[in-house]
Design a protein around this ligand. Structure first.
Ligand SMILES: Cc1ncc(C[n+]2csc(CCOP(=O)(O)OP(=O)(O)O)c2C)c(N)n1
Ligand SMILES: [Mg+2]
Length: 917
């Protein structure tokens, strides 16, 4: 590693420089390196105070960031708060234990909350603001595995009953509590689903940024609202957790506070046994521009640290690895004396006056009320940077020897009677919980009376802070007005001779929606560095790109009509290359109707290939969060995006979408379909008089980049036909033989051409249908099937897709630019022989024509598929099929069954590259 750059800096006074260096050398000589290090640190600190702009160090010694002298006075009653905390600790443990007694194996976690109880409680009593007074309030992302602690507090606050606690993890039947925070399962309680690790943290960053965006755009006043996020130290290994922290630093998110519960352990063992997770995280966060507050040592250490004039203790702190710190937490005072203080006689002397018990009791900062309070205070003061509190704790704290800092602690969920007795003792609850109560099947809960000082205190504190949290509440602080219907009119007319793609149609629609006076400002267009690809650069100048500090330069293209224009009130959110970050923005905007009572409508446009498969978990998180809005998968299709090849060509996002409840997946072929779908989505998600009637769904719509003339909406077709998933687009011309062809998306071209050819050359009249949503058809059919199964004596209903297609004659052939499984989803309900053409296998680069021929979805293959289906029925002769194969020159390709790299074909190796023997 090369260290040094000063040789490149101008030296205005070399003689003076030399004097300073000489005296520094002398100090190292005389007082040693430790003293010299101290002096350097002091000088840097002074430089900071004098605004001598030097980058702060990325790493500070292993001590609390806030000095004892700088700690603010704690305004509360520590005694009462400790009692409240003890009740919560007890009930949290009891509910997990009881759940596991009632249903063995139902799970739950004791140790996570046990380590973070004080971190939460200081927040609940002094910092987290509720929204009962009509304000937005603060938003708190709770660590998923700490949920029992949050329930236990809600029980004390009398928001939950004993019956609720007994229903922990037993939700079927109504009164249960969800295992982890989940707004779908407990929609009045939890706001943010957090348990898929890493997603809560990244969502919290974009949430805080979105709050600033709303304020900058003068849509809502959010400056009185903060976002808190609790996370685990092990969770920091998820790329999503730390992946966007530089955005938070760069955007100056002073409204964002993270609390990392550094208990040094994850599920299997230590997070950094051979290093120091707190120091590592400090470096990463400082480098990203965060205000870092380490809360490492409890107050009882202050005296020792004060005595450490030689820095020997500090050196010991700095050089002890986490695996050893964890060991120290499980051992007694004698071990600590021998192994931590003992090896250095000076350190041993330092703790001579302390008993073994006192040594064992030296607490970690994350369990020390005053230290935690000081950190929150600093974090919530006027801040231009986000803050992270790195709080050192012990996993399983107070739960007893079998739990504290044990490697297996994360998953222990049972306690023996003796362990419960010890816990009762440890929490000073001997008077509250009689021993006899521990005999029964269930561990008892304890809740002080409503007239008790503890109850009074707790309720008063929450009242002062604006009411209980968490609380998910739909308020209509800023109702939304939907766009004027005329916005959709031009799409219904078709493109009148011009060739356009559905992507272009969508960009135009988006622009028109944004121009709509009342509705426009509520649109949140989000792109991850692909606006130009989708022709959305036309929005840059007109609506501006959001930049928290404005545009500090004149853009290189300032003379152009479409110049790259950034501004503080820009509407477009240009995320750069982060689909995960963009999804987080989507969720922030799509849940704003509930978080803030301000409905916003996100339109997140991305490369469809880099959506569901790249950020599938985030998309689930959006569904869990009850997000609304539109996901637009542009450049869709395996063959429509020419030239890009394997990693770009999406033939399966709609299949992945089919697995996500709440996701409404559409595959429009024409601009008017697109218009009908977006209109329908707005109505369903935002259009009801009572906002509680609005549906918590989001739309996934594929967009293609193939330009063709967009037909007007046929007179016989309504918007309702389009959005139900399937409608007849054109009737078959009169021919002796008939069949049905179903197309979707860009496969419309091959289907329509094939229909013409079938009529003209092969004497087959084909009904053409457009399938806009197989997912919808399938869900409707499943619902009908279920109804019939459970109402056996009622007249059976018929699924929509069956009803619609039963009118036709002959076989049904479906063609798609996605995998065959997409139309295959409804195979069971098609009332005629059903054949699917799709693009299975890996993508590759070539022209559209070549790709469609290769994947067997071009006109020739559609023609052949229809004829073959008719031949199978015996309606036409197989020779006609052979003739069509020859006519289209398809026979040359037939010899290569392994070409699509999918199915093992006997005699061919799996996944073999395409070759033509
Ligand atoms: C994405 C994801 N992977 C794995 C898990 C399973 N899991 C739950 S908790 C946990 C360990 C958590 O450790 P840490 O983040 O340090 O939290 P602590 O409980 O120690 O506070 C793991 C691996 C998960 N919930 N999410
Ligand atoms: Mg941990």
């Amino acid at each position: 590693m090369i260290d040094g750059f000063t040789h490149q800096l101008p030296d205005a006074d070399p003689a003076e420089t030399k004097e300073w260096i000489d005296s520094f050398d002398a100090m190292v000589d005389k007082s040693g390196r430790r003293r010299a290090r101290y002096m350097l640190a002091k000088l840097l600190e002074r430089a900071g105070e004098l605004n001598v702009g030097n980058a702060p160090p990325t790493w500070t010694p292993y001590v609390n960031t806030i000095a004892t002298e700088d700690q603010p006075w704690f305004p509360g009653d520590e005694f009462i708060e400790r009692r409240i905390r003890a009740f919560i600790r007890w009930n949290a443990a009891a509910m997990v234990i009881n759940a596991n007694k009632a249903a063995d194996g139902i799970g739950g976690h004791l140790s996570t909350f046990a380590s973070s109880a004080a971190l939460y409680e200081v927040g609940f009593n002094w910092f987290f603001r509720g929204k009962d007074d009509g304000r937005p309030g603060d938003h708190v992302y709770f660590q998923g595995h700490a949920a029992p602690g949050v329930y236990a507090r809600a029980f004390l606050e009398r928001r939950l009953t004993e019956q609720h606690l007994n229903g922990f993890r037993m939700e079927i039947g109504g009164e249960g509590l969800s295992s982890y925070p989940h707004p779908r399962l407990m929609p009045d309680f939890w706001e943010f689903p957090t348990v898929s690790m890493g997603l809560g943290p990244i969502n919290s960053i974009y949430h805080a940024r979105f709050n600033n965006y709303l304020e900058s755009r003068r849509i809502d006043e959010t400056s009185g609202s903060r976002v808190f996020c609790f996370l685990g130290d092990g969770e920091c290994d998820e790329p999503e957790t730390l992946g966007a922290i530089s955005l938070a630093g760069r955007s100056g998110l002073g409204n964002l506070i993270w609390i990392v519960n550094c208990n040094l352990q994850r599920l299997d063992g230590p997070v950094r046994g051979n290093g120091q997770i707190i120091q590592e995280l400090e470096g990463v966060f400082r480098g990203a521009g965060w205000n870092v507050l380490k809360v490492i040592w409890g107050s009882e250490w202050d005296e020792l640290i004060h005595k450490d004039v030689d820095g020997i203790l500090l050196n010991k702190f700095n050089t002890t690895v986490d695996g050893e710190y964890q060991r120290l937490a499980v051992e007694g005072g004698d071990y600590i004396r021998e192994h931590f203080f003992g090896p250095d006689p000076r350190l041993r002397t330092m703790v001579e006056h302390l008993s073994d018990q006192q040594l064992a009791d030296l607490p970690r900062g994350g369990h020390d009320y005053q230290k935690i309070y000081a950190a929150y205070r600093n974090a919530t003061e006027e801040n231009e940077a986000p803050t992270v509190i790195l709080a050192k704790t012990i996993k399983g704290w107070t739960l007893g020897e079998g739990f504290e800092a044990r490697n297996a602690t994360h998953q222990i969920k049972k306690m023996t009677k003796d362990e419960l007795l010890a816990l009762r003792e440890r929490l000073h609850l001997v008077d509250e919980i009689p021993e006899s109560a521990l005999e029964g099947d269930r561990a008892p809960y304890y809740r002080p009376d409503e007239s008790s000082p503890e109850h009074e205190y707790m309720v008063q504190r929450r009242l002062a802070l604006g009411g209980s949290i968490p609380k998910r509440r739909i308020r209509n602080r800023r109702p939304i007005t939907l766009p004027d219907p005329s916005v959709f009119a031009s799409l219904a007319k078709g493109s009148e001779g011009r060739s356009v793609s559905t992507t272009m149609a969508m960009t135009n629609l988006l622009r028109d929606l944004m121009r709509d006076k009342a509705f426009g400002p509520r649109v949140v267009p989000i792109v991850p560095d692909e606006a130009r690809t989708f022709g959305m650069d036309s929005l840059f100048r007109e609506f501006g790109i959001y930049a928290p500090f404005g545009q500090l330069y004149e853009p290189v293209d300032h003379e152009l009509l479409l110049s790259y224009t950034e501004s503080t009130d820009g509407q477009l959110i240009e995320e750069g290359i982060t689909e995960c970050g963009s999804m987080s923005s989507f969720i922030a905007a799509g849940t704003s109707y509930a978080n803030l009572g301000v409905p916003m409508v996100p339109f997140f446009t991305f490369y469809s290939m880099f959506g569901f498969q790249r950020v599938g978990d985030s998309i689930w998180s959006a569904a869990d969060s009850r997000s609304r809005g539109f996901l637009l998968g542009a450049t869709a299709g395996r063959t429509t995006l020419a030239g890009e090849g394997l990693q770009h060509q999406d033939g399966h996002s709609l299949l992945l979408a089919a697995t996500v409840p709440a996701c409404q997946a559409f595959d429009p072929a024409f601009a008017y379909e697109l218009g009908a779908i977006i209109d329908d989505g707005l109505q369903r998600m935002y259009g009801h008089d009572d906002p509680h009637d609005d549906e918590d769904v989001f739309y996934y719509v594929t967009l293609y980049n193939e330009a063709y003339e967009m037909p007007p909406r046929p007179d016989h077709v309504t918007d309702a036909d389009v959005v139900r998933g399937l409608y007849q687009w054109a009737n078959a011309p009169d021919r002796p033989v008939t069949a049905t062809l179903v197309f979707s998306g860009s496969a419309q071209g091959a289907a329509r051409e094939a229909a013409d050819e079938l009529a003209d050359r092969w004497g087959v009249g084909v009904d053409l249908w457009s399938a806009t949503s197989y997912k919808r058809l399938r869900e409707e059919a499943l619902a009908v099937e279920r109804r019939n199964r459970l109402h056996p004596t009622d007249p059976a209903e018929v699924p929509l897709v069956t009803r619609l297609l039963s009118g036709g004659e002959g076989p049904v052939v479906a063609v798609t630019d996605f995998q065959k499984l997409l139309p295959g989803q409804v195979a069971r309900w098609i009332p005629h022989p059903y054949h699917t053409l799709g693009t299975d296998g890996f993508g590759r680069s070539d022209t559209r024509e070549a790709l469609r021929r290769f994947f067997e979805v071009d006109t020739g293959h559609v023609v052949v598929a229809v004829l073959h289906a008719l031949a199978q029925e015996g309606t036409i002769d197989a020779l006609v099929v052979a003739e069509a194969i020859a006519h289209h020159g398809l026979d040359v390709d037939i010899a290569d069954p392994g070409r699509h790299d999918t199915v093992p074909v006997p005699g061919h190796s799996v996944g073999r590259a395409h070759s033509r023997e």
